[in-house]
Design a protein around this ligand. Structure first.
Ligand code: FAD
Length: 541
């Protein structure tokens, strides 16, 4: 099977000349921190349309708990934050990007405060928390453990009032329209109109990550990697897809979603214990529970294997009840809904897929290698995180790059007066499969396979097996034409899973969040480089 017949250019057939067209100066796909902050800036230069596949606030941003790393603490320094980020990124960060984002970040966070975001204070002063990997307390939080929601609410409020910004909720972006290496819109789907073309002078992908390709994930259902998959189909360069960050502690209750138990719980003294009630982290790492996330995740797996149990526990019973209520109101309430009183009982936890470090390769202002197409936030790969993300740096990245991309778009629009050229695309497809497909079953089988074979610990044999299985499923699923979002999401998840698996198979070393049991060492001689994917080819740069 060649790339051409597994990877279709468009997931749906259409004739651009007959579909309803909607026009805007700037089109933004996604309404998390990156898309919304880009919208505010882009609107300075013209009209903006945000399309988002669920409600406006359904995003990873909405669920972010711990906080945002910001250089606002008086006795902290940019240099220390930069060094912490570079150390965590294990040789693959772009130094100039790290420098720029950390320094600009404090300006962007101050702006957010001026716009009304309320970060937690004590005696009128901002409070800074410390997380694993940070040498200094510098994490701002809001409403105890609802930082993302506070940021999202602030932006949603601004966007709602903005006369130049329109929002289409429940609108699914299917594919990018690209001709002559220039993007001029998307094909999308809305329940009332069906397929529509949205034409724009500038297009910003801010569609977030792909945690949903894993059975165990902290990500909401919208995080199916659509942006990465549609960029791949359109021939946009991708980078670092093997680097998926796993979060060590998500609530493990049968039947419940895998809700994150923030790292700040360990920062405030939470202790990890195995099935027998024994604390285990000090025997693995000098920083114990505050070791980097990838190490804590692997140690939890080790204890799970050793004890033959499904999970470990987080013990916060020694933390005063009043503190638990003010610092972690959301977590306390969540656990209580499952009958767990965290001041008296242990919290069952397990690692889960959390954050996609790789993504669409962009330059320092968020431009992709396709003209008029930008990417920001988790869907992009800027070089900030390298091989491992320092906690609380991703909200910061979304905020900074949303601003940069939006400002660039607004400047560029000034030189783009006049209307868009007509778009003439005919995409047709043959249904390669004529039987009944149980898409829920494909989706669940894929998620289990990726969790088992492309998870926290990987090896060549299991990665190869995953690639073969995914290839087999791609043969009849990618070739098929679906008419609703579940089908397109499953096709995107297959594409992204395959790209992650191949990148992970090719990187024959362990670095950052990518741990290979068959290549446990970091190999700086051969592997201090990135895997760049473009048109089905994998380059090492
Ligand atoms: C539980 C949890 C806790 C976290 N805690 C922290 C933290 O404390 N600090 C930190 O820095 N980071 C944290 N993160 C990571 C951080 O929240 C994300 O990296 C960040 O919010 C991503 O922002 P974004 O705007 O790029 O994407 P998102 O916020 O995920 O937004 C993506 C948007 O794109 C839309 N979309 C996707 N596909 C399509 C499509 N095909 N068509 C139309 N719309 C589409 C989605 O509906 C959504 O609106 C956490 C993540 C999770 C899941």
């Amino acid at each position: 099977m060649t790339r051409e017949n597994i990877f279709r250019r468009y997931l749906v057939s259409f004739d651009s000349t007959t579909l309803q067209h909607i026009f805007t100066d700037t089109l933004i796909v996604g309404s998390g921190v990156a898309g919304l902050s880009a919208a505010i800036q882009a609107a300075k230069g013209g009209s903006v349309l945000i399309v988002t596949k669920a409600r406006i606030n359904e995003s990873c941003t909405e669920y972010a708990q711990g906080g945002i790393a910001a250089g606002l603490c008086p006795d902290d320094s940019f240099e220390e934050h930069i060094n912490d980020t570079l150390r965590t990124g294990q040789g693959l960060c772009d130094d100039a990007i790290v420098n720029g984002v950390v320094r600009e970040g404090s300006k962007r966070v101050k702006e957010l405060i001026d716009w009304g975001a309320k970060f937690d204070r004590e005696n009128g002063e901002l409070v800074f928390a410390k997380e694993g990997g940070h040498s200094h307390p510098r994490i701002l939080r809001a409403r105890g453990d609802s930082t993302g929601k506070e940021i999202e609410d602030t932006f949603v409020g601004m966007v709602a009032k903005h006369p130049r910004i329109r929002v289409f909720e429940h609108t699914f972006a299917i594919d990018l329209l690209v001709s002559n290496n220039t993007c001029n819109g998307i094909i999308a789907w809305r329940s009332r109109e069906g397929k529509i073309l949205i034409r724009a002078k500038q297009i910003i992908l801010a569609s977030g990550g792909c945690g949903q390709v894993y059975r165990e994930t902290t990500n909401p259902e919208v995080a199916t990697g659509d942006g990465i998959a549609m960029a791949y189909r359109a021939g946009v360069k991708l980078q670092d897809l093997e680097f998926v960050q796993f979060h060590p502690t998500t609530l493990y209750m049968a039947g419940a979603g895998r809700v994150l138990i923030s790292e700040t719980v360990r920062g405030e003294g939470g202790i990890l214990k195995n099935k027998y009630g024994e604390r285990f982290m000090p025997k693995y790492h000098p920083k114990a529970e505050l070791a980097p996330r990838d190490i804590v995740s692997r140690c939890i797996l080790l204890e799970i294997h050793k004890t033959g149990y499904t999970h470990v526990y987080l013990d916060v019973r020694h933390i005063p009840e009043e503190k638990l209520s003010t610092r972690f109101p959301r977590i306390k309430k969540l656990c209580a809904s499952f009958g767990i009183d965290i001041s008296k009982q242990l919290i069952p936890v397990h690692p889960s897929a959390h954050y996609m470090i790789g993504g669409i390769k962009v330059d320092q202002i968020g431009r992709t290698d396709v003209k008029n197409l930008y990417a920001c936030g988790e869907v992009s790969c800027t070089g900030l995180h390298g091989a491992n993300r320092l906690g609380s740096n991703s909200l910061l990245e979304g905020l900074v790059y949303g601003y940069r991309v939006g400002s660039e778009v607004s400047k560029t629009l000034e030189g783009m007066k006049g209307s868009l050229l007509p778009c003439s695309i005919k995409a047709s497809s043959k249904n390669l499969w004529h039987g009944e497909l149980d898409l829920e079953d494909v989706r669940n089988s894929l998620k289990s396979l990726v969790w088992r074979n492309v998870g926290i610990e990987r090896d060549g044999k299991h990665l190869k097996e995953a690639i073969e299985d995914i290839n087999l499923w791609c043969k009849y699923i990618i070739g098929n034409e679906f008419s609703a979002t579940l089908g397109w999401e499953v096709q995107n998840m297959l594409t992204v899973s395959k790209l992650i698996s191949i990148s992970a198979y090719k990187r024959c070393e362990s670095r950052g969040v990518h741990y290979r049991l068959d290549f446990p060492d970091t190999d700086n001689k051969c592997w201090k480089k990135h895997i760049v994917i473009h048109n089905g080819k994998y380059d090492f740069k």
